[in-house]
Design a protein. Sequence first.
Length: 300
Amino acid sequence: ACPRNASYYGNRAATLMMLSRFREALEDSQQAVRLDDCFMKGHLREGKCHMSLGNAMAASRCFQKVLELDPNIREAKQEKKNAALLLEYEKMADFSFEKRDFRKVVYCMDRALALAPVCHRFKINKAECLALLGRYPEAQSVASDILRMDSTNADALYVRGLCLYYEDCIDKAVQFFVQALRMAPDHEKARLACRNAKALKAKKEEGNQAFKNCNYEAAYLLYTEALAIDPNNIKTNAKLYCNRATAGAKLKKLNQAIEDCTSAIKLDDTYIKAYLRRAQWYVMQPFQVDSSHFVFCCSA
């Protein structure tokens, strides 16, 4: 009825914000300030939408515009401080990720999400680090929540695949990685993870086949090569250590087999097969006499 009225767009933006529909609210806020560049509520709401979506730089510009129109708006001053704080959390998280301090990244993303509650990027960063910390149910929960709202989100598909990959469900993981690459062909992390998953599966199967063919030397080497593919895949590597231990035992390398079982247990302390095989090979070790272990008693 009146498409040139900035207040109407501003009011609808405020309503959409209450419904947590921030992307639509952002469009209405931007239209409001296009129609009236002096509309302070429009700039303020645009800034709040940017903040909720995790766009701290854009939010800061909006709050600065409000303060240029009226330097006494307390809300704009506080929101500008929040935008600066959000940028600090982002920088801290990026630095921590490079240092592989994933716990610090989760901490930063939790603080960032308190300021930007609907930012998918922050949620994905948190979920990826939860997966790298071995907290797979939490990571999957975050990724699944995003996929319920956006089934084509490549980052969320990647994180779901990453959780499955680290839980040694490699075939299912590859499906998610492929789907992520279909949605975003330039997704470098999904491409690398997919390549690692396929290489790990292929090398492990080669080792298993060599072992079945009683070619224990080849199996031992293939398991060793598989272990070098991805040090972060704890569950699969635990199995590879145990498999290599079995091949080593067939080659009469009992000490090495025991060490490999110990390595498997360090990676996965619930791995019963590794405990059983290590115990079996302890028993099979030649008994070595150490005179310091004996006490000789002479009767009077």
